[in-house]
Design a protein. Sequence first.
Length: 145
Amino acid sequence: MQSKFLNDKQVLVLRLDIDEEVVASILKAAEHYKIPSGIVSGIGAVNFAEIGLYDTSKKKYIKTTLREPLEIAALNGSLSKKDGSPYAHLHVVFGDSDGRTYGGHLDRATVSATAEIFVQINPEPIERSYSADIGLNLMALQETL
Ligand code: ZN
């Protein structure tokens, strides 16, 4: 993985290389650069991915494993913190060789060529806490409207 800061360190650019795992690489960069919170977007190519859909009644993810060449047509999400450690919440849309798409919550994906990821860095942290009602680690924000 290569990295470069832009715009007075407000934007971090990551270039992931073959066999690197997308989610782990983003978390590694967040830890290394001590990113309080951020907005993640990216594109790239992978040949393995695990995506999921959160089943709200069972409170667990229904997982799908993809083992084929795929374009990352869109990678979007956030960086925050859970118990002081970086926390990535990422969603993805993949395109296959026929132009069909798969999408969902991204658990992990292995780069087949490259991935180009931009992180817009916020100076303030966003913490997460576990919600037993929902079964997920929700953002803990300050105000209720
Ligand atoms: Zn999700």
